[in-house]
Design a protein around this ligand. Structure first.
Ligand code: SF4
Length: 178
């Protein structure tokens, strides 16, 4: 019996590994457990994206803004990192799997999908890495969420985001197009 759900969600790296985050911004010692738990309960597989900032600047890097990462070298790095992701997504699609969506990180200069970081604060816009990813996989537009800055710290923000996540990743048997 094939137990695979054939449903996969793409996650920003630090959702499952807060060790990658710029030091003062980590919200948990390891993973953001609430997000991982909801995805597991929904029966979706977790495809963890690489962390472009860790790879470029290391674990002890200082915070920076979108403009600091919006360079030809960083864009080239993002394209290189995303090639294996593109290949994996193509393999899943070829086999009839559903890519249920993409979860980024609000306010991030790299992984924001609706908000990014510039001029000392959050602004509407997309991080450099997610911009490159969605240029590669434009069919994911409309199925993207971002973890709000106050997730796991403010109970109301956490509750609202988890509701959005349940809608993106309904429990097995729910309907989403691929
Ligand atoms: S670059 Fe992306 S994955 Fe890495 S710590 Fe920042 S938000 Fe998380």
């Amino acid at each position: 019996m094939d137990r695979r759900s054939r449903r996969v969600v793409l996650l920003a790296h630090c959702i499952l590994n807060q060790n990658a985050v710029v030091e003062p911004l980590a919200r948990r010692p390891g993973a953001l457990e609430g997000i991982a738990r909801l995805c597991l309960e929904a029966g979706v597989g977790l495809l963890q994206l690489p962390c472009p900032e860790l790879i470029e600047r290391g674990a002890g890097r200082a915070p920076d803004e979108r403009s600091g990462y919006d360079t030809p070298a960083q864009r080239a790095l993002c394209r290189r990192l995303l090639e294996p992701v593109r290949v994996q997504v193509a393999a899943y699609r070829e086999a009839g799997y559903e890519i249920v969506g993409l979860i980024g990180i609000g306010h991030s200069p790299s992984c924001g999908v609706h908000t990014t970081h510039e001029r000392g604060g959050a602004i509407p816009g997309r991080g450099v890495f997610m911009e490159a990813l969605l240029a590669l996989l434009p069919e994911l537009e409309g199925r993207v969420l971002e973890v709000p800055r106050r997730y796991a710290e403010d109970p109301e923000v956490t509750r609202r985001f988890e509701e959005e996540l349940r809608a993106l990743c309904p429990e097995r048997g729910g309907q989403h197009g691929a």
